[in-house]
Design a protein around this ligand. Structure first.
Ligand code: PEP
Ligand code: MG
Length: 540
């Protein structure tokens, strides 16, 4: 039991836990914990082979049914196709026969399943290419089947058949991408405010709280409320109290959604409100109420890939976004640290956040950036649009100049540099002389300015974007923009915080790029302040 949670005794026994609110909105409902993969116990003596075989059949059936239920419950077509493909793998008669053979040879059901899945995994891996990539899916299926055979809850994203709040130690980008529509909110014990779990939760518009110690001590089914702005979790609510919170949240979202149109201060000073996305799927359905995409994180398209995406695949993925909204700021691949791209095959490093990441990958693999720039240029031609391109982790003027030359040689006319490294902010004017715009990535700029891991739950105060040292670096960039008459935006998570928006605008920021879910509250807050008030706030 964590020091932060006292024993929970049942509904009506309301208690509170605190974490960091990282994705706005409130929700309430029953909590379900994400189970860890089961540990295989020591092999047991087998007295009844027929019973073991029956357990194998039932376990594989349970896995397939669970996956099909999740597929039917989601409105995300890609997720449904993946889940159906996994269900077919669980139904594979060869796999079942193999497990049964192991049972007849004297293994208990969990070990027979483990052996059968492991053999199939080896076969797939040896085939290489796309099939080898699917080998990891077999591990996931194996964990599920073994858990079912042991009578344990299935690991991975639960599918209880009703809406629920998901609690987990942490979520990988792949877990978060696979969440069904039945998830009301996320709470994790680990993670930080700018971790990619937080970013993905915001991308899906799910209230989320990270670094919430004690949440995994609550039993499944406890009704909790989640406040994704304050980070507060109330436990032990009655179903009526939970329903009231859901209604209030809906009313607040409706109120904010009623304010539409471009970003403006109260006296009409324009501030572009742009979207952060990882693929076309992150763009909300229907007409888009934003002035473009300010950060297209292209690496999110290819996170689980072991083979490099082809030129054609990239063209298709970029064109899909360009065709829906413009202008789009495409950020070239930002691989490394918490976003490893297996297909790059980068060597392990002792200190990856300070190593080969972002634009630095170009030092080892220049063809990757060249192909990506070719694909962006081709997608622009195919859709008759003018995307902007920018590089992550630019550190020196020479890097900015090299990137700009390579982009421009392909007809890409709007070229920018992200400011994520203090050295780049200190040289903002020199960098901006080489490019057309700057985009400040406050997540990494905080991490590198304060020497504080952006995922670290105990260093949240250092990662707070109100820190004066960070604001001074932002001011250096906006002053450079002002001097050269070029735009300087913010695309880190700070841009989506309504309380910060007037301050950033007062510092001279010309655009704010954020998860779609954050736009209404930022627009609403900006409309309440004149530009003079914003500047006054910044001068303080
Ligand atoms: C940032 O660092 O602020 C940023 C926008 O990039 P990412 O979060 O993808 O590293
Ligand atoms: Mg970054």
């Amino acid at each position: 039991m964590s020091e932060h949670a006292r024993p929970y005794t049942g509904p009506g026994d309301v208690d509170r836990l605190n974490g960091l609110g990282v994705s706005p909105g409130r929700s309430a409902g029953p909590l379900i914990r994400m189970a860890e993969p089961p540990e295989l116990p020591a092999p047991g003596p087998v007295t009844d082979q027929a019973a073991e075989i029956a357990t194998i059949t039932k376990a594989l059936e349970a896995v397939a049914i669970d996956l099909r239920t999740r597929s039917e419950a989601t409105t995300d077509r890609t997720a449904a196709e993946i889940l159906d493909a996994l269900a077919m793998m669980a139904d594979d008669p060869m796999l079942r026969e193999d497990a049964e053979r192991h049972a007849r040879a004297g293994r208990d059901a969990p070990h027979a399943l483990d052996a059968a899945f492991s053999r199939h995994r080896e076969t797939l891996s040896s085939l290489g290419g796309y099939l080898a990539e699917r080998a990891a899916d077999l591990d996931d299926l194996k964990h599920r089947a073994v858990a079912a055979a042991l009578g344990l809850p299935m690991p991975g994203i639960p599918s209880p058949g009703h809406p629920y709040i998901l609690a987990a130690e942490d979520l990988s980008p792949a877990d978060t991408a696979g969440l069904g529509d039945d998830v009301l909110a996320l709470v994790t014990e680990r993670g930080g405010p700018t971790s990619h779990t937080a970013i993905l939760a915001r991308g899906r518009g799910l209230p989320a709280v990270v670094a919430c110690r004690g949440v995994l001590d609550l039993p499944d089914g406890t009704i909790i409320s989640v406040d994704g702005r304050t980070g507060e979790i109330a436990t032990g609510l009655t179903p009526e109290a939970a329903a009231r919170i859901v209604d209030q949240d809906r009313a607040e979202r409706n109120r904010l959604a009623a304010t539409r149109g471009p970003g403006r201060t109260a006296d009409g000073h324009p501030v572009k409100l742009l979207l952060n996305i990882g693929s076309a799927a992150d763009l909300p359905p229907g007409p888009l109420d934003a002035e473009g995409v300010g950060l297209f994180r292209t690496e999110f398209l290819f996170l689980d890939r072991k083979q490099p995406p082809t030129f054609e695949e990239q063209v298709a993925a970029y064109a899909e976004v360009f065709a829906r909204i413009g202008p789009v700021v495409v950020r070239t691949l930002d691989a490394g640290t918490d976003k490893p791209l297996p297909f790059l095959g980068l060597p392990p490093e002792p200190n990856p956040a300070l190593g080969i990441r972002g634009l630095r990958v170009d030092r080892l693999l220049p063809a990757v950036l060249d192909t990506q720039l070719d694909a962006i240029a081709e997608a622009a031609r195919a859709t008759a649009t003018t995307p902007w391109v920018m590089a992550p982790m630019v550190t020196t003027r020479a890097e900015a100049a090299d990137f700009a030359a390579r982009a421009r040689s392909r007809g890409l006319t709007q070229v920018g540099a992200m400011i994520e490294v203090p050295a780049a902010a200190l040289q903002a004017e020199e960098l901006l002389a080489e490019v057309d715009f700057l985009s400040i990535g406050t997540n990494d700029l905080s991490q590198y300015t304060f020497a504080a891991d952006r995922q670290h739950p105990s260093l949240a105060d250092l990662l707070d974007p109100r820190q004066p040292a960070l604001l001074k670096l932002i001011a250096l960039c906006t002053e450079a923009g002002h001097a050269l008459g070029k735009p300087v935006g913010v695309c880190g998570e700070a841009a989506g915080d309504p309380q910060l928006a007037p301050l950033l605008v007062g510092l001279g920021v010309t655009s704010l790029s954020m998860a779609p879910v954050c736009v209404p509250a930022v627009r609403d807050e900006l409309s309440r302040h004149t530009i003079e008030e914003c500047r006054h706030l910044a001068s303080q």
